[in-house]
Design a protein around this ligand. Structure first.
Ligand SMILES: Nc1ncnc2c1ncn2[C@@H]1O[C@H](COP(=O)(O)OP(=O)(O)OP(=O)(O)O)[C@@H](O)[C@H]1O
Length: 517
């Protein structure tokens, strides 16, 4: 048995007494502060047990491997609702490019936190950011992380009820905002942009048989889940939409997106810095979505020009250039490979003004499932435009017979006619303007302005030096109008206007093929 005057025992007793008195003093202090400062942060803080015991956290990263983390995306959307009501002193506000103030979205600034209350329990969302802008490259490689922290006793509630409720709330919100979204790629990430074109199959003037064929094909595609599962094929479909400028190719993409309620990922190949980045972008597309590549012929010219300059990764070796090479077939193969193993219900759409300039391999039967030709305006489509813009359905309209005859003789893009119909609310004056436009075309008089001429002046999307970021490229177009495809396009349009090479008023469809291979 140990003696009471054992020095070691004495030291232990003193230590216990000292700890007890410090703990006692701390408890006393907490009680005092809580009494003096009830409800204050300091009072609350001092009353809480040590942080290591008190708080539990869930870390939610932006990416789950190569994929976007769906919990992160939901958290981001949910937090933006919280921020609108919370007394958070520092927030970020943004609006999708081209959208109005009604679409302002709030986001947390890295390093800040916002508190939410659920079932009388407090949970704290904190955002942090890792990595960042590489100097000189202009690249934003920062990755964001949410940390959700809460009192340890609420762990089951947070994991079993709170997080599922957050996911459900965000899912319900996106169903409410049922309009499909448009994304474009910038510095390797998809960013939402405002939907430029809200066309639907009801507002799109096109050949009736063609519209029916496209809609039936889409519906068949949607209904074939079992077929794709049984045959082990990726559940995807490819469309090549071609025709002269202003005939409604982009409008058809918007109509398809509206019909299926699929988001559109508008891929700017000129802004893709490497094949690795392209793979990441493709992997990060959601299911039930459309991959759109507009003006593909020009996109490929831009991509080849970039290769000739050694690519965007800073490397100039020929091996690296080869490695960089992106061909349409290569892109499709990549899409095929990636989508076979992840996601479903996806569509690829290529548009072009120059189907004759496309790689023959792409035009091979069965490579793209359906080829859709959007042609110049026919009388049937004109009547649809007149009806949807002005409610003119009267076949006895005095100018209709003349317009019908003129449309058989001259080629005019639906965009040019739509523009005339929009000039005034007076239906008769609008129809008269269309007749005047057609008479002028027949007489060989070219008006100033008009959709096709403006498009010609601005050049196609890829007539920009691919080394500049997209915002600067826009101003570069205005300042210098460099011509990758625009000169050829100018010649092509004037040739067409002189001898009329586009098919008028019909449009057509080819395919029902067996997939891209
Ligand atoms: N078939 C159409 N029916 C209704 N509106 C049309 C049609 N074609 C064009 N338009 C009108 O013209 C505008 C331009 O059309 P759109 O961008 O769809 O043509 P596009 O063929 O994609 O042209 P581009 O080859 O220049 O990209 C649209 O905003 C739309 O208002």
């Amino acid at each position: 048995m140990a003696s009471s005057n054992n020095p070691a025992l004495e030291r232990y007793k003193n230590a216990i007494t000292a700890v007890a008195s410090v703990a006692g003093a701390a408890m006393l202090l907490r009680r005092l502060v809580a009494g003096v400062l009830p409800g204050t942060a300091l009072g609350a803080l001092l009353l809480l047990p040590p942080a290591s015991i008190r708080r539990h956290s869930v870390v939610i990263e932006e990416f789950d491997g190569a994929f976007y983390n769906r919990v992160f995306l939901a958290a981001k959307a949910y937090v933006s609702i919280l921020l609108a009501a919370a007394p958070v002193p520092l927030m970020k506000a943004s609006v999708p490019r081209g959208a109005g103030a009604e679409q302002i979205t709030l986001a947390m600034h890295p390093g800040t936190a916002v508190v939410d209350v659920f079932d009388e329990a407090e949970v704290t969302w904190r955002l942090s950011s890792h990595g960042g802008r590489r100097r000189g490259a202009g690249a934003d490689d920062a990755r964001e992380v949410f940390k959700l922290s809460f009192d340890g006793q609420h762990k089951d509630m947070v994991l079993g009820a709170y997080l599922p409720a957050v996911m459900a709330r965000v899912a319900a919100m996106s169903q409410e905002q049922s309009q499909a979204r448009l994304y474009s790629n910038e510095w390797g990430k998809w960013r939402p942009v405002r939907l430029r074109n809200a066309a639907t199959f009801a507002t799109l003037a096109m050949d009736d048989a063609l519209r029916k064929a496209v809609v039936e094909d889409l519906d068949r595609f949607l209904g074939r889940k079992e077929y794709y599962e049984r045959t082990g094929r990726a559940w995807k479909r490819g469309y090549l939409i071609h025709g002269p400028p202003g005939t409604g190719k982009s409008s058809l993409v918007a109509a398809i997106s509206d019909h299926l309620r699929f988001d559109v990922y508008d891929l700017d190949l000129g802004g893709v810095r490497s094949n690795t980045e392209l793979r990441k972008l493709l992997i990060r597309m959601k299911s039930r979505s459309i991959l759109l590549l507009e003006d593909v012929d020009c996109a490929m010219v831009a991509a080849r020009r970039r290769e000739a300059h050694g690519g965007h990764d800073g490397s100039r070796s020929s091996t690296s250039s080869k490695h960089q090479k992106v061909t349409l077939s290569g892109l499709l193969n990549m899409v095929d490979g990636l989508w076979s193993s992840s996601g479903h219900e996806r569509i690829v759409i290529f548009t072009t003004n120059h189907v004759d300039r496309l790689d023959q391999a792409l035009l091979r039967p069965g490579r793209m499932d359906m080829h859709v030709h959007m042609g110049y305006l026919g009388f049937g489509a004109f009547r649809e435009l007149a009806a949807s813009y002005h409610g003119v359905v009267d076949d006895d309209h005095p100018l209709f017979p003349e317009i019908e005859a003129l449309l058989r003789e001259v080629e005019v893009a639906p965009a040019d006619v739509a523009e005339k119909l929009l000039v005034t609310d007076d239906a008769n004056a609008a129809v008269e303007m269309v007749a005047k436009l057609l008479r002028g075309r027949k007489a060989g008089i070219e008006e100033d302005g008009g959709y096709v001429r403006q498009k010609l002046q601005a050049g196609p999307r890829y007539a920009q030096p691919a080394t500049l970021p997209r915002a600067s490229r826009r101003s570069a177009v205005v300042a210098t109008r460099p011509a990758v495809c625009s000169e050829e396009m100018a010649m092509d349009i004037s040739r067409r206007q002189q001898r009329g090479s586009g098919r008028r008023g019909q449009g057509g469809v080819l395919g029902g093929g067996r997939g891209w291979r």
